[in-house]
Design a protein around this ligand. Structure first.
Ligand code: UGA
Length: 430
């Protein structure tokens, strides 16, 4: 099938490369000419395991190409995916101006039937707007369908998630659109759920909001565990074995971040309110998430007393492991607040340092984890990269000025840390 993907960000690029590898001819489009030039040379704008190899392979066998020429890509494609950004506005609403612009551009190019698929995460009723925009601006009699096909890719395992989905959601309004999308996803073995477009849009927002709620729930439970001297990890295991609850997303920590949960939660709250239902429950989910960072800062103070004039070593900057994404990373607020209180920060992250350098002033970036510890008054863990789990803790103890670790991701065993002579603080564990 000939496919155009408009928007070569994280979602567009992964979707494009994966669909190309499934035997389609895919053209990935982006207005950013620099990005396209660099993609053509095989340079990835993001760190995503397996993506670079896949892109190179597909470019080599000519199933994947990159262009800034939306018009030509749209004219040639049978299916056009809209995968442009939908950034948050200050009030939480999603900014859909890029989606509208792309819909307009596509409308002007339609000469034969096109299936236009929303891949970007958008509030419910966006599909209707896209359809009306295209209908209004396309030539008379132009034939097209609009569909919604939300993505459920996690950064850090996006290629794997695309190839092994739990389910595929097809929000369609015609049998033809359904047949095309079913055919496209035929190689992937998983349940396909066919819905109307609006329900598909809500499935995406509701899924991300539910997962975010699960995280805030376990973080709230962690705070109760701390007060009662119970262990949130044991509680999570006990809860998670109930299949109705499930064990995923019950890891307590410093809260969720990234480009999806915070933005989608805010957008879902906003659209619900606009439709007349104030989604108070989700506002509490947001609040618990914000509070979790404040509580973590208190924990650091509890561990080392005044943070001013102390040196704090930070391991992990990205919002989660296996990505270099710093968007809404809890590390951003935590480091800035520590700096505001006068602390000196030494930090290391396996992949996020180039992006972090652009965000932080005065952070001393170190060459590795051990370098971070040298002379620090306290070590703080903000992202659970695997390499941090394997560190030589005896060596670290010698490097730190005082043997204090405040772990925001529960990566070490409290009993072992005590035996090693650390003062070790973690989340929701005695
Ligand atoms: C999320 C969803 O998991 C994907 O299904 C969805 O497609 C994607 O958003 C999107 O909308 O594009 P992602 O943001 O990449 O994916 O990352 P997650 O693995 O979901 O983690 C999100 C945040 O929650 C991270 O900060 C992570 O550290 C935190 N988290 C996750 C916890 O604190 N505890 C957990 O138990 C799980």
């Amino acid at each position: 099938m000939k496919i155009a993907i408009i928007g070569s960000g994280y979602v567009g690029l992964v979707t494009g490369a994966c669909l190309a590898s499934l035997g389609n001819r895919v053209s990935c489009v982006d207005i950013d000419e620099k990005k396209i030039a660099s993609l053509k040379k095989g340079h990835m704008p993001i760190y995503e395991p397996g993506l670079e190899e896949l892109v190179k392979q597909c470019v080599k066998d000519k199933s994947l190409s990159f262009t800034s020429d939306l018009k030509s890509a749209a004219r040639q494609a049978e299916v056009i995916f809209i995968a442009v950004g939908t950034p948050p506005r200050p009030d939480g609403d999603a900014d859909l101006s890029f989606v509208e612009k792309v819909a307009l551009d596509i409308a002007r190019e339609i000469t034969s039937y096109k299936l236009i698929v929303e891949k970007s995460t958008v509030p419910v009723q966006t599909g209707e707007r896209v359809r009306e925009t295209i209908r209004h601006h396309a030539r008379k009699g132009a034939s097209f369908d609009v569909a919604s096909n939300p993505e459920f890719l996690r950064e850090g395992s996006a290629v794997h998630d695309f190839m092994n989905p739990d389910r595929i959601i097809l929000g369609v309004e015609s049998k033809k659109a359904e047949a095309i999308l079913r055919d496209l996803y035929k190689p992937l073995k998983c349940p396909i759920v066919v819905t109307d477009i609006k329900s598909a849009e809500i499935i995406k927002h509701a899924s991300n909001s539910f997962l975010a709620a699960k995280i805030s729930f376990i973080n709230a439970v962690a705070n109760v565990c701390e007060a009662a001297k119970a262990d949130v990890e044991q509680v999570a295991v006990g809860m998670g074995l109930d299949r109705r609850i499930g064990k995923e997303f019950l890891y307590a920590g410093i809260g969720f971040g990234g480009s999806c949960f915070p933005k989608d939660l805010a957008a879902f709250i906003h659209i619900s309110e606009k439709l007349g239902y104030p989604f108070e429950f989700l506002k509490t989910v947001q609040k618990i998430n914000e509070d979790q960072k404040t509580l973590f800062l208190k924990k650091i103070e509890q561990a080392i007393w005044n943070v001013g004039s102390k040196t704090i070593g930070v391991l992990g900057l990205s919002f989660k492991p296996n990505t270099d994404d710093m968007r809404h990373a809890p590390s951003v607020d935590i480091i800035r607040e520590l700096q505001a209180r006068g602390a000196k920060i030494r930090a290391y992250d396996p992949h996020a340092m180039p992006k972090a350098r652009q965000l932080f002033k005065k952070v001393e970036f170190c060459k590795d984890s051990y370098d971070v510890c040298r002379g620090s008054d306290c070590l703080v863990i903000l992202t659970e990269w695997n390499e941090f789990k394997e560190l030589d803790l005896k060596k670290i103890k010698k490097l730190l000025a005082t043997p204090v670790i405040v772990d925001g991701r529960n990566i070490y065993d409290p009993k072992k840390m005590k035996t090693l002579g650390y003062r070790y603080y973690s989340i929701g564990r005695p």
